[in-house]
Write a protein that binds this ligand. Sequence first.
Ligand SMILES: [Zn+2]
Length: 740
Amino acid sequence: MTNFVLKLTTHYMKKLFIGLLLVFATCSLGAQVNIVKNNRSVSKIICAPNSQINLTAANILQRFIYESTGCHLKIASNITPHLNDIILGGTTPKEVTTDGYALSTEGGMLHITGLGNGTVYGVISFLERYLKMDYWSDQVYSLPKAKDISLPSISFIENPTFRYRQTQNYALGKDSIYKWWYRLEEPNEVFAADYWVHTFDRLLPSAVYGPSHPEYYAYYNGKRHPGAASQWCLTNPDVFNIVVHRIDSIFKAHPDMKTICVSQNDGNNTNCKCPTCSQIDKEEGAYSGSLIRFINKIAERFPDKQIATLAYLYSMQPPKLVKPRKNVVIMLCDIDCKREVSLTENSSGQEFVKALKGWSKISNNLYVWDYGINFDNFVSPFPNLHVLQDNIRLFRDNHVTMHFSQISSNRGGDFAELRTYLVSKLMWNADADVDSLTQHFLKGYYGKAAPYIYRYINIMEGAIIASGKDLWIYDSPITHKNGMLKPTLMRRYNELFDEAEKAVANNQIFLDRVRLTRLPLQYAALEIARTEPNMDTEKVNHDLALFEQRTAYFKVPSLNERSNPPAEYCQLYRDRYLKQNDKNIALHKPIKFLIEPSDKYVELGQKALTDGLYGGTTYVESWVGWQGKDGAFVVDLGETKQIHRAGADFLHQLGAWILLPRQVSFSYSTDGIHYTSWQTVNIPELRINKVLFKNIEAISATPLNARYIKVEITGTKECPSWHYGVGYPSWFFIDEVTVE
Ligand SMILES: [Zn+2]
């Protein structure tokens, strides 16, 4: 620290002597400022009175100067400043934009001013640059000890790339400094009464209005669909009047708030296709047509406020004719894009880029919601760090002013700490040097393990691109078991982590961080192991125990968006994949479908139902699905045997429109012609978000003689009104079928 200041000071002093000394002294422009000298304070913090933001800035500054030097700087207001004092707040140069700041040493004092939260961010910038402080995660930071804080002549302004920056991290809710440091916002700070995305049902609750006024809600598939995930009939005048009234009362209750979000519920293709709405969308060449015309009308009623709305799924592409009013914010989401390369480099990304460019032609007020997360597997490798900068620059160049980067940010999430760090730095400055930021973080956060983790990141980046596989937000590691997670690469990754652990073996803090970061790799190995026909159960048992122990030690709360905790996963793994069911006589027995699964599962269904391999929490592997219809099949045991139990495992995963069936009936036969009814099981509706497996079975106390077991399934067929897919075909999935 001291050396650094000396070097800088020498450099600046030389400059001064070269010719500016006289001018400088007489004009008293920039000058060196001494804040702490030899562990003695020579400065006060003076902040503009009655300003909460300046006071927050003052407290942060005071705290960390004290922690670095042991000097307690006084905070004062309304006093005459002296040489070397720090002035927070005051006139901000006109070049400063929202949340930006200016630092200068004019008049021999340090001035930090800003707009919005700018004064705090200016203080953070000061701590980063001149005290060499870094903030890594929840209450975790590095702050070198110093004897002196001495500043050269400085004068600079910094403005953020986006005026609103939002991302996620487990530290955010717990550590207020972390949030300041990463310069982030939360929706409830900007959106009135926290009306932020998917607000239709809050504004016009279908539970309240639906029964008496179904005409307020979307028409499709031959009827009106009032529901929490279906949309409004946007040309119904009563809908407009009720919603305007509602927004008016929300703003009256929150007079300081300037923005509200009036946006579609979280369901796809559930928009209104009544003749009037359809006519508009036809004219506009996009479903966003009726939406933007409706939102514009609202925005016209609230000219001093901002009305935000989603351009998401069916409404992603912009309308041809209507332009959003100036006070309309378009919240454009790239949910369907794949992440292994930048958005301009694959077809799903290009579809989004087309939408982005279209919107940017008609609006300067774009908010982009980008996804860098695997919702089904938080604790699983998600190598997309290499696409962050390209994408963020693309957003900036297309008039995006607000940005939400949704990332795996739970404890244990893939590079949760580094990811938030990089995303936040890039949202602040899209042109930041990502590689040096990455190395800086790794060195600070992992110590001597940094080079190994750096190589791990780089090898996996190359591997995902070379594999030609998509990186998807509902991926499973199993999708990549012949690609970026193939055995030869897994061996290298593990060697690198072994080396990383060895390098910091004598430092428990660094070792813990390395091990926390290793969890996604361990999880991926476990997921892949259960799909291998010749599982090394001893090794898997060992790996599972280690994973369970580490996730408990690191307090990893959940493995996915559906809140399935690691301990539950481990138990399930043991019950489902490690127990050898020696009594199962249906293993590898043929299945004959009476009602076939949906097209893409017909072939898989020939073997997967009796292959002894059980599907996991994502439906993308091993599961056999039926959509919008019932199912029926017969298991042929090859000869008549004595049986006492038959069962089928069903998947419950609402997010993927996979619901448990309504009813399952079992019957049996010796000749395959005459069946005796065995048992019918009715299954109650289940609305919880967690992923679950449900074994439905028929049991007989006395043995039955049977060769053929028939299973008939009555599906829900259509997503119910409370579900995202209201009115659209639902799924049920089975894996596996057993007979004992
Ligand atoms: Zn309509």
